[in-house]
Write a protein that binds this ligand. Structure first.
Ligand code: ADP
Length: 495
Protein backbone atom coordinates (compact mmCIF):
# COMPACT_ATOMS: atom_id res chain seq x y z
CA UNK A 1 0.00 0.00 0.00
CA UNK A 2 1.26 3.51 -0.62
CA UNK A 3 0.30 6.87 0.83
CA UNK A 4 0.89 9.91 -1.38
CA UNK A 5 2.67 12.96 -0.05
CA UNK A 6 1.63 16.04 -2.01
CA UNK A 7 3.41 19.39 -2.01
CA UNK A 8 2.19 22.39 -4.05
CA UNK A 9 -0.26 20.12 -5.86
CA UNK A 10 2.55 17.84 -7.02
CA UNK A 11 3.48 14.35 -5.89
CA UNK A 12 6.47 14.89 -3.63
CA UNK A 13 6.90 11.33 -2.24
CA UNK A 14 5.29 8.14 -1.09
CA UNK A 15 5.08 6.20 2.11
CA UNK A 16 5.40 2.63 0.86
CA UNK A 17 4.05 -0.05 3.17
CA UNK A 18 5.10 -3.68 2.85
CA UNK A 19 4.05 -6.89 4.49
CA UNK A 20 5.50 -10.36 4.10
CA UNK A 21 2.08 -11.96 3.57
CA UNK A 22 -1.27 -10.70 2.21
CA UNK A 23 -2.74 -8.35 4.78
CA UNK A 24 -6.20 -6.80 4.71
CA UNK A 25 -6.42 -3.29 6.16
CA UNK A 26 -9.72 -2.08 7.47
CA UNK A 27 -11.40 1.06 6.16
CA UNK A 28 -10.65 2.88 9.43
CA UNK A 29 -6.94 2.11 9.22
CA UNK A 30 -6.81 3.21 5.57
CA UNK A 31 -8.64 6.45 6.41
CA UNK A 32 -6.22 7.10 9.27
CA UNK A 33 -3.27 6.50 6.92
CA UNK A 34 -4.74 8.88 4.38
CA UNK A 35 -5.22 11.52 7.06
CA UNK A 36 -1.62 11.00 8.17
CA UNK A 37 -0.50 11.58 4.58
CA UNK A 38 -2.48 14.83 4.40
CA UNK A 39 -1.02 16.15 7.66
CA UNK A 40 2.49 15.29 6.50
CA UNK A 41 1.85 16.99 3.16
CA UNK A 42 0.89 20.23 4.95
CA UNK A 43 3.94 19.99 7.19
CA UNK A 44 6.21 19.57 4.19
CA UNK A 45 5.48 23.02 2.75
CA UNK A 46 5.91 24.69 6.14
CA UNK A 47 9.15 22.83 6.77
CA UNK A 48 10.71 23.99 3.53
CA UNK A 49 9.68 27.58 4.30
CA UNK A 50 11.63 27.46 7.52
CA UNK A 51 14.49 25.46 6.15
CA UNK A 52 17.68 27.34 5.23
CA UNK A 53 16.40 30.34 7.13
CA UNK A 54 19.95 31.52 7.80
CA UNK A 55 20.82 31.12 4.16
CA UNK A 56 17.79 33.14 3.09
CA UNK A 57 18.66 35.95 5.51
CA UNK A 58 22.21 35.99 4.13
CA UNK A 59 20.93 36.11 0.56
CA UNK A 60 18.63 39.03 1.40
CA UNK A 61 21.40 41.10 2.95
CA UNK A 62 23.72 40.31 0.05
CA UNK A 63 21.06 41.31 -2.38
CA UNK A 64 20.21 44.64 -0.74
CA UNK A 65 23.89 45.47 -0.33
CA UNK A 66 24.47 44.69 -3.98
CA UNK A 67 21.53 46.71 -5.22
CA UNK A 68 22.30 49.70 -3.00
CA UNK A 69 25.76 50.01 -4.49
CA UNK A 70 24.77 49.77 -8.15
CA UNK A 71 23.78 53.42 -8.69
CA UNK A 72 27.12 54.66 -7.32
CA UNK A 73 28.84 53.81 -10.56
CA UNK A 74 28.37 55.47 -13.90
CA UNK A 75 27.82 52.33 -15.82
CA UNK A 76 25.57 49.54 -14.72
CA UNK A 77 27.84 47.00 -16.34
CA UNK A 78 30.87 48.31 -14.44
CA UNK A 79 29.04 48.05 -11.16
CA UNK A 80 27.98 44.48 -11.90
CA UNK A 81 31.52 43.55 -12.87
CA UNK A 82 33.16 45.35 -9.95
CA UNK A 83 31.42 43.04 -7.49
CA UNK A 84 32.19 39.73 -9.10
CA UNK A 85 32.20 37.65 -5.93
CA UNK A 86 28.84 38.99 -4.81
CA UNK A 87 27.27 38.32 -8.16
CA UNK A 88 28.30 34.67 -7.88
CA UNK A 89 27.25 34.42 -4.22
CA UNK A 90 23.83 35.81 -5.01
CA UNK A 91 22.98 32.61 -6.86
CA UNK A 92 25.57 30.40 -5.17
CA UNK A 93 27.14 29.79 -8.57
CA UNK A 94 30.71 29.08 -9.66
CA UNK A 95 30.57 31.07 -12.87
CA UNK A 96 28.61 33.88 -14.44
CA UNK A 97 28.47 35.57 -17.82
CA UNK A 98 27.01 39.00 -18.41
CA UNK A 99 25.89 39.69 -21.93
CA UNK A 100 25.67 43.46 -22.25
CA UNK A 101 24.71 45.00 -25.58
CA UNK A 102 25.74 41.85 -27.39
CA UNK A 103 29.14 41.49 -25.65
CA UNK A 104 30.08 38.86 -23.10
CA UNK A 105 31.91 39.50 -19.82
CA UNK A 106 32.69 36.41 -17.78
CA UNK A 107 33.32 35.77 -14.10
CA UNK A 108 34.65 32.51 -12.62
CA UNK A 109 34.23 29.27 -14.52
CA UNK A 110 32.14 29.57 -17.65
CA UNK A 111 31.89 27.92 -21.06
CA UNK A 112 33.97 29.46 -23.86
CA UNK A 113 32.84 32.59 -25.68
CA UNK A 114 31.73 30.59 -28.68
CA UNK A 115 29.77 28.16 -26.51
CA UNK A 116 28.18 31.09 -24.65
CA UNK A 117 27.09 32.70 -27.91
CA UNK A 118 25.39 29.50 -29.08
CA UNK A 119 23.87 28.89 -25.66
CA UNK A 120 22.37 32.38 -25.56
CA UNK A 121 20.84 31.93 -28.99
CA UNK A 122 19.26 28.72 -27.70
CA UNK A 123 18.01 30.41 -24.52
CA UNK A 124 16.43 33.19 -26.56
CA UNK A 125 14.56 30.60 -28.60
CA UNK A 126 13.13 28.99 -25.43
CA UNK A 127 10.86 31.94 -24.73
CA UNK A 128 10.73 31.19 -21.01
CA UNK A 129 9.95 34.62 -19.61
CA UNK A 130 12.58 36.51 -17.68
CA UNK A 131 14.04 33.57 -15.81
CA UNK A 132 15.10 30.24 -17.17
CA UNK A 133 16.63 27.65 -14.88
CA UNK A 134 17.68 24.06 -15.12
CA UNK A 135 19.89 21.81 -13.04
CA UNK A 136 20.40 19.40 -15.94
CA UNK A 137 21.37 21.55 -18.91
CA UNK A 138 22.81 18.69 -21.05
CA UNK A 139 19.43 16.96 -20.89
CA UNK A 140 17.62 19.85 -22.56
CA UNK A 141 20.51 21.27 -24.59
CA UNK A 142 22.73 18.50 -25.91
CA UNK A 143 25.60 20.86 -26.91
CA UNK A 144 26.13 21.41 -23.16
CA UNK A 145 27.48 17.86 -22.80
CA UNK A 146 30.90 19.14 -23.83
CA UNK A 147 31.00 21.63 -20.94
CA UNK A 148 28.83 19.81 -18.42
CA UNK A 149 31.71 19.73 -15.90
CA UNK A 150 31.46 23.51 -15.42
CA UNK A 151 27.91 24.24 -16.47
CA UNK A 152 25.39 21.51 -15.77
CA UNK A 153 23.26 24.02 -13.93
CA UNK A 154 22.11 27.18 -15.68
CA UNK A 155 20.19 30.17 -14.43
CA UNK A 156 19.48 32.69 -17.18
CA UNK A 157 18.08 36.10 -16.30
CA UNK A 158 16.79 38.34 -19.07
CA UNK A 159 17.23 42.05 -18.39
CA UNK A 160 16.34 43.27 -21.88
CA UNK A 161 15.75 41.14 -24.95
CA UNK A 162 15.88 44.11 -27.26
CA UNK A 163 19.34 45.25 -26.15
CA UNK A 164 20.46 41.65 -25.55
CA UNK A 165 21.22 42.19 -21.88
CA UNK A 166 21.37 38.92 -19.95
CA UNK A 167 23.04 37.48 -16.87
CA UNK A 168 23.79 33.75 -16.85
CA UNK A 169 24.90 31.82 -13.76
CA UNK A 170 26.51 28.39 -13.93
CA UNK A 171 26.89 25.49 -11.54
CA UNK A 172 29.24 22.55 -12.08
CA UNK A 173 28.23 18.94 -12.52
CA UNK A 174 27.77 17.01 -9.31
CA UNK A 175 27.91 13.31 -9.98
CA UNK A 176 25.32 11.78 -7.68
CA UNK A 177 24.63 8.29 -6.56
CA UNK A 178 20.92 7.73 -6.17
CA UNK A 179 19.65 4.82 -4.10
CA UNK A 180 16.43 3.31 -5.39
CA UNK A 181 14.23 0.71 -3.71
CA UNK A 182 14.66 -1.51 -6.79
CA UNK A 183 15.51 -0.83 -10.42
CA UNK A 184 13.05 1.88 -11.59
CA UNK A 185 13.49 0.71 -15.17
CA UNK A 186 12.50 -2.84 -14.32
CA UNK A 187 12.46 -4.94 -17.49
CA UNK A 188 9.10 -6.39 -18.55
CA UNK A 189 8.84 -10.02 -17.64
CA UNK A 190 7.85 -12.64 -20.18
CA UNK A 191 5.97 -15.63 -18.81
CA UNK A 192 6.63 -19.27 -19.79
CA UNK A 193 3.92 -19.20 -22.45
CA UNK A 194 5.53 -16.14 -24.07
CA UNK A 195 3.04 -13.54 -22.76
CA UNK A 196 4.14 -10.07 -21.65
CA UNK A 197 3.04 -9.45 -18.14
CA UNK A 198 3.29 -6.65 -15.64
CA UNK A 199 3.90 -8.18 -12.24
CA UNK A 200 4.40 -6.65 -8.83
CA UNK A 201 7.94 -6.10 -7.70
CA UNK A 202 9.18 -9.11 -5.76
CA UNK A 203 12.34 -7.59 -4.40
CA UNK A 204 13.13 -4.12 -3.07
CA UNK A 205 16.86 -4.78 -2.99
CA UNK A 206 18.91 -1.59 -3.15
CA UNK A 207 19.50 -0.43 -6.72
CA UNK A 208 22.01 2.36 -7.30
CA UNK A 209 22.14 4.78 -10.17
CA UNK A 210 24.93 7.23 -11.05
CA UNK A 211 23.45 10.50 -12.31
CA UNK A 212 25.62 12.69 -14.53
CA UNK A 213 25.09 16.05 -16.27
CA UNK A 214 23.32 17.43 -13.25
CA UNK A 215 24.15 20.19 -10.78
CA UNK A 216 22.82 20.94 -7.32
CA UNK A 217 19.27 22.19 -7.75
CA UNK A 218 18.53 25.93 -7.74
CA UNK A 219 16.59 26.80 -4.60
CA UNK A 220 13.49 28.89 -4.91
CA UNK A 221 15.04 31.56 -2.67
CA UNK A 222 17.95 31.82 -5.11
CA UNK A 223 15.57 32.23 -8.04
CA UNK A 224 13.72 34.92 -6.10
CA UNK A 225 16.98 36.73 -5.33
CA UNK A 226 18.00 37.00 -8.98
CA UNK A 227 14.50 38.05 -10.02
CA UNK A 228 14.65 40.85 -7.46
CA UNK A 229 18.02 41.83 -8.85
CA UNK A 230 16.34 42.15 -12.24
CA UNK A 231 13.64 44.42 -10.84
CA UNK A 232 16.32 46.64 -9.32
CA UNK A 233 18.39 46.77 -12.53
CA UNK A 234 15.36 47.55 -14.69
CA UNK A 235 14.43 50.33 -12.25
CA UNK A 236 17.91 51.83 -12.51
CA UNK A 237 17.93 51.52 -16.31
CA UNK A 238 14.58 53.30 -16.51
CA UNK A 239 15.83 56.07 -14.22
CA UNK A 240 18.96 56.47 -16.32
CA UNK A 241 16.85 56.57 -19.50
CA UNK A 242 14.77 59.29 -17.87
CA UNK A 243 17.88 61.31 -17.05
CA UNK A 244 19.18 60.77 -20.57
CA UNK A 245 15.94 62.10 -22.02
CA UNK A 246 16.29 65.20 -19.85
CA UNK A 247 19.91 65.70 -20.95
CA UNK A 248 18.93 65.20 -24.60
CA UNK A 249 16.16 67.78 -24.35
CA UNK A 250 18.59 70.21 -22.77
CA UNK A 251 21.18 69.45 -25.45
CA UNK A 252 18.66 69.98 -28.18
CA UNK A 253 17.66 73.31 -26.66
CA UNK A 254 21.25 74.51 -26.35
CA UNK A 255 22.03 73.30 -29.90
CA UNK A 256 19.08 75.26 -31.20
CA UNK A 257 20.26 78.28 -29.26
CA UNK A 258 23.73 77.89 -30.72
CA UNK A 259 22.29 77.64 -34.22
CA UNK A 260 20.23 80.79 -33.66
CA UNK A 261 23.24 82.53 -32.19
CA UNK A 262 25.44 81.59 -35.17
CA UNK A 263 22.67 82.68 -37.51
CA UNK A 264 22.06 86.06 -35.84
CA UNK A 265 25.76 86.78 -35.32
CA UNK A 266 26.74 85.97 -38.89
CA UNK A 267 23.72 87.81 -40.27
CA UNK A 268 24.50 90.97 -38.28
CA UNK A 269 28.23 90.80 -39.02
CA UNK A 270 27.55 91.02 -42.72
CA UNK A 271 26.33 94.59 -42.61
CA UNK A 272 29.42 96.33 -41.14
CA UNK A 273 31.57 94.06 -43.29
CA UNK A 274 29.76 95.25 -46.40
CA UNK A 275 30.53 98.83 -45.23
CA UNK A 276 34.25 98.13 -44.83
CA UNK A 277 34.30 96.48 -48.24
CA UNK A 278 32.49 99.34 -49.95
CA UNK A 279 34.55 102.08 -48.31
CA UNK A 280 37.81 100.32 -49.23
CA UNK A 281 36.60 100.07 -52.84
CA UNK A 282 35.62 103.79 -52.83
CA UNK A 283 39.06 104.73 -51.48
CA UNK A 284 40.77 102.83 -54.31
CA UNK A 285 38.49 104.41 -56.90
CA UNK A 286 38.35 108.00 -55.62
CA UNK A 287 41.73 108.47 -53.96
CA UNK A 288 43.99 106.48 -56.26
CA UNK A 289 45.90 109.61 -57.26
CA UNK A 290 46.52 110.64 -53.63
CA UNK A 291 47.68 107.20 -52.48
CA UNK A 292 51.03 105.67 -53.33
CA UNK A 293 51.48 102.15 -54.68
CA UNK A 294 51.92 100.64 -51.21
CA UNK A 295 48.72 102.28 -49.99
CA UNK A 296 46.73 100.98 -52.96
CA UNK A 297 48.10 97.46 -52.53
CA UNK A 298 47.12 97.49 -48.85
CA UNK A 299 43.61 98.61 -49.71
CA UNK A 300 43.37 95.87 -52.34
CA UNK A 301 44.36 93.33 -49.69
CA UNK A 302 41.66 94.78 -47.43
CA UNK A 303 39.05 94.29 -50.18
CA UNK A 304 40.24 90.72 -50.73
CA UNK A 305 40.12 89.94 -47.00
CA UNK A 306 36.61 91.35 -46.60
CA UNK A 307 35.56 89.23 -49.57
CA UNK A 308 37.01 86.15 -47.87
CA UNK A 309 35.36 87.05 -44.59
CA UNK A 310 32.04 87.37 -46.36
CA UNK A 311 32.54 83.89 -47.83
CA UNK A 312 33.25 82.52 -44.34
CA UNK A 313 30.19 84.26 -42.89
CA UNK A 314 28.02 82.93 -45.71
CA UNK A 315 29.25 79.39 -44.97
CA UNK A 316 28.48 79.87 -41.29
CA UNK A 317 25.02 81.19 -42.14
CA UNK A 318 24.38 78.22 -44.37
CA UNK A 319 25.63 75.83 -41.69
CA UNK A 320 23.44 77.33 -38.97
CA UNK A 321 20.43 77.38 -41.31
CA UNK A 322 20.75 73.61 -41.73
CA UNK A 323 19.92 73.08 -38.07
CA UNK A 324 16.88 75.33 -38.32
CA UNK A 325 15.02 73.73 -41.18
CA UNK A 326 13.02 70.51 -40.99
CA UNK A 327 14.16 67.63 -43.17
CA UNK A 328 11.87 67.03 -46.10
CA UNK A 329 12.14 63.25 -46.32
CA UNK A 330 11.03 61.63 -49.57
CA UNK A 331 11.84 58.47 -51.47
CA UNK A 332 14.66 59.70 -53.67
CA UNK A 333 16.70 58.34 -56.55
CA UNK A 334 20.33 59.24 -55.74
CA UNK A 335 21.34 58.72 -59.41
CA UNK A 336 19.37 61.87 -60.20
CA UNK A 337 21.11 63.73 -57.37
CA UNK A 338 24.52 62.73 -58.73
CA UNK A 339 23.48 63.96 -62.16
CA UNK A 340 22.36 67.29 -60.65
CA UNK A 341 25.71 67.56 -58.87
CA UNK A 342 27.56 66.91 -62.12
CA UNK A 343 25.43 69.54 -63.87
CA UNK A 344 26.16 72.10 -61.13
CA UNK A 345 29.87 71.35 -61.39
CA UNK A 346 29.58 71.29 -65.22
CA UNK A 347 31.17 67.87 -65.54
CA UNK A 348 30.08 65.67 -68.37
CA UNK A 349 31.02 62.10 -69.08
CA UNK A 350 32.74 63.35 -72.20
CA UNK A 351 35.01 65.73 -70.34
CA UNK A 352 38.40 64.29 -71.05
CA UNK A 353 40.36 64.92 -67.87
CA UNK A 354 37.63 63.68 -65.48
CA UNK A 355 36.68 60.05 -65.76
CA UNK A 356 33.48 59.34 -63.90
CA UNK A 357 32.71 55.76 -62.94
CA UNK A 358 29.39 54.52 -61.61
CA UNK A 359 29.77 50.70 -61.38
CA UNK A 360 26.03 50.16 -60.80
CA UNK A 361 22.92 52.28 -60.29
CA UNK A 362 22.52 53.60 -56.75
CA UNK A 363 19.54 52.31 -54.73
CA UNK A 364 16.86 54.79 -53.81
CA UNK A 365 16.68 56.05 -50.22
CA UNK A 366 14.43 58.10 -47.99
CA UNK A 367 16.14 61.48 -47.67
CA UNK A 368 15.93 65.24 -48.09
CA UNK A 369 16.58 65.66 -51.83
CA UNK A 370 18.12 69.10 -51.69
CA UNK A 371 20.41 68.37 -48.78
CA UNK A 372 21.71 65.00 -50.02
CA UNK A 373 22.25 66.58 -53.42
CA UNK A 374 24.50 69.08 -51.63
CA UNK A 375 26.40 66.17 -50.05
CA UNK A 376 27.14 64.66 -53.46
CA UNK A 377 28.03 68.07 -54.95
CA UNK A 378 30.49 68.80 -52.12
CA UNK A 379 32.16 65.40 -52.20
CA UNK A 380 32.45 65.28 -56.00
CA UNK A 381 33.73 68.86 -56.12
CA UNK A 382 36.43 68.02 -53.54
CA UNK A 383 37.34 64.85 -55.45
CA UNK A 384 38.11 67.01 -58.49
CA UNK A 385 39.66 69.92 -56.58
CA UNK A 386 42.13 67.98 -54.48
CA UNK A 387 43.55 66.05 -57.39
CA UNK A 388 46.86 66.64 -59.19
CA UNK A 389 46.46 63.87 -61.70
CA UNK A 390 46.27 64.56 -65.38
CA UNK A 391 43.43 62.02 -65.57
CA UNK A 392 41.14 62.45 -62.56
CA UNK A 393 39.14 59.33 -61.80
CA UNK A 394 36.05 59.54 -59.61
CA UNK A 395 33.97 56.54 -58.67
CA UNK A 396 30.52 56.86 -57.10
CA UNK A 397 28.90 53.73 -55.72
CA UNK A 398 27.45 51.96 -52.70
CA UNK A 399 28.53 49.01 -50.54
CA UNK A 400 26.63 45.78 -50.21
CA UNK A 401 25.11 45.53 -46.75
CA UNK A 402 27.44 43.64 -44.43
CA UNK A 403 25.28 41.40 -42.21
CA UNK A 404 28.01 41.00 -39.58
CA UNK A 405 28.19 44.75 -39.02
CA UNK A 406 24.49 44.92 -38.33
CA UNK A 407 23.09 44.59 -34.89
CA UNK A 408 21.47 41.20 -34.59
CA UNK A 409 17.76 41.43 -34.75
CA UNK A 410 16.37 39.87 -31.64
CA UNK A 411 12.91 41.22 -31.42
CA UNK A 412 10.93 40.72 -34.60
CA UNK A 413 8.77 43.70 -33.78
CA UNK A 414 11.90 45.87 -34.03
CA UNK A 415 12.18 47.74 -37.35
CA UNK A 416 14.85 46.04 -39.47
CA UNK A 417 18.00 48.10 -39.56
CA UNK A 418 18.54 48.88 -43.24
CA UNK A 419 21.47 51.11 -43.97
CA UNK A 420 22.84 52.13 -47.34
CA UNK A 421 26.50 53.12 -47.48
CA UNK A 422 27.40 55.37 -50.42
CA UNK A 423 30.95 56.29 -51.35
CA UNK A 424 32.77 58.84 -53.50
CA UNK A 425 36.28 57.71 -54.39
CA UNK A 426 39.05 59.70 -56.06
CA UNK A 427 42.64 59.21 -57.17
CA UNK A 428 43.62 62.61 -55.73
CA UNK A 429 46.28 63.95 -53.34
CA UNK A 430 44.99 61.99 -50.33
CA UNK A 431 44.84 63.15 -46.72
CA UNK A 432 47.50 62.44 -44.06
CA UNK A 433 46.20 60.07 -41.42
CA UNK A 434 46.45 62.56 -38.53
CA UNK A 435 44.14 64.95 -40.40
CA UNK A 436 41.36 62.46 -41.17
CA UNK A 437 39.18 63.81 -38.34
CA UNK A 438 40.25 67.45 -38.61
CA UNK A 439 38.87 67.93 -42.10
CA UNK A 440 35.32 67.70 -40.72
CA UNK A 441 35.94 70.71 -38.41
CA UNK A 442 34.50 74.00 -39.54
CA UNK A 443 36.91 76.31 -41.42
CA UNK A 444 39.65 73.69 -41.26
CA UNK A 445 41.64 73.62 -44.48
CA UNK A 446 44.81 71.65 -44.91
CA UNK A 447 46.14 74.11 -47.48
CA UNK A 448 46.60 77.85 -48.03
CA UNK A 449 43.49 79.95 -48.65
CA UNK A 450 43.96 79.99 -52.42
CA UNK A 451 45.61 76.63 -53.07
CA UNK A 452 43.65 73.93 -54.87
CA UNK A 453 41.03 76.41 -56.03
CA UNK A 454 40.49 77.90 -52.56
CA UNK A 455 37.55 77.30 -50.29
CA UNK A 456 36.23 78.18 -46.85
CA UNK A 457 36.80 74.83 -45.18
CA UNK A 458 33.13 74.51 -44.28
CA UNK A 459 32.07 72.06 -47.00
CA UNK A 460 32.75 68.84 -45.15
CA UNK A 461 31.33 70.23 -41.88
CA UNK A 462 28.10 70.93 -43.72
CA UNK A 463 28.16 67.49 -45.34
CA UNK A 464 28.67 65.87 -41.93
CA UNK A 465 25.80 67.82 -40.39
CA UNK A 466 23.45 66.83 -43.21
CA UNK A 467 24.39 63.14 -43.00
CA UNK A 468 24.05 63.10 -39.19
CA UNK A 469 20.68 64.85 -39.36
CA UNK A 470 19.58 61.92 -41.54
CA UNK A 471 20.75 59.55 -38.77
CA UNK A 472 23.83 58.46 -40.74
CA UNK A 473 27.60 58.61 -40.39
CA UNK A 474 30.43 59.89 -42.52
CA UNK A 475 34.07 58.78 -42.57
CA UNK A 476 37.02 58.77 -44.90
CA UNK A 477 39.77 56.35 -45.85
CA UNK A 478 42.76 57.81 -47.59
CA UNK A 479 46.33 57.16 -48.76
CA UNK A 480 48.50 60.19 -49.44
CA UNK A 481 49.23 60.58 -53.19
CA UNK A 482 46.92 57.69 -54.04
CA UNK A 483 43.47 59.00 -53.26
CA UNK A 484 40.61 59.20 -50.78
CA UNK A 485 37.24 57.53 -50.39
CA UNK A 486 34.47 59.29 -48.49
CA UNK A 487 31.75 56.98 -47.16
CA UNK A 488 28.39 58.06 -45.78
CA UNK A 489 25.39 56.10 -44.60
CA UNK A 490 21.68 56.77 -44.89
CA UNK A 491 19.47 54.64 -42.65
CA UNK A 492 16.19 53.62 -44.22
CA UNK A 493 13.82 53.88 -41.32
CA UNK A 494 14.24 57.64 -40.92
CA UNK A 495 10.88 58.24 -42.58
P1 ADP B 1 37.17 73.34 -48.60
O1 ADP B 1 37.16 72.43 -49.76
O2 ADP B 1 36.31 74.52 -48.76
O3 ADP B 1 38.54 73.66 -48.09
P2 ADP B 1 36.06 71.15 -47.12
O4 ADP B 1 35.43 71.14 -45.76
O5 ADP B 1 35.28 70.62 -48.24
O6 ADP B 1 36.49 72.62 -47.36
O7 ADP B 1 37.40 70.33 -46.99
C1 ADP B 1 38.28 70.54 -45.90
C2 ADP B 1 39.69 70.10 -46.26
O8 ADP B 1 39.71 68.68 -46.42
C3 ADP B 1 40.16 70.63 -47.59
O9 ADP B 1 40.77 71.89 -47.43
C4 ADP B 1 41.15 69.58 -48.03
O10 ADP B 1 42.40 69.86 -47.46
C5 ADP B 1 40.63 68.30 -47.43
N1 ADP B 1 39.91 67.47 -48.43
C6 ADP B 1 38.58 67.45 -48.63
N2 ADP B 1 38.25 66.55 -49.61
C7 ADP B 1 39.41 66.01 -50.02
C8 ADP B 1 39.76 65.02 -51.01
N3 ADP B 1 38.83 64.41 -51.76
N4 ADP B 1 41.06 64.70 -51.15
C9 ADP B 1 42.00 65.31 -50.41
N5 ADP B 1 41.75 66.24 -49.47
C10 ADP B 1 40.48 66.60 -49.27
Amino acid sequence: MSISLIKNKKLWGLIACHHDSPNYLSYEVRTACEFLGQVMSLELAAKEENEDLDYKVKLKSLQSNFIENIPQQDSLLDSLLSREANLLELANATGAAICWNDQFHTIGQTPSLEQLTDLLTWIEAQDQGNLFSTDALPKVYSAAESFSAIASGLLALTISRMNRNYILWFRPEVVQTVNWGGNPNKPIEISDNGELRLSPRKSFALWQETVRGQSLPWKSCELEAVLELRTAIVGIVLRQADELTKINTELERSNNELDSFAYIASHDLKEPLRGIHNYSSFLIEDYANVLNEDGISKLQTLVRLTQRMEDLINSLLHFSRLGRVELDLKQTDPNELVQTALDILSISHKQTNVELRCPRPLPSVMCDRIQISEVFTNLISNAIKYNNHEQKVIEIGFLDPDPSSRKRQVDISEAPEMITTFYVKDNGIGIPEHHLDNIFRIFKRLHGATKYGGGTGAGLTIVKKIVERHGGNIWVKSVVNEGSTFYFTIPHQTA
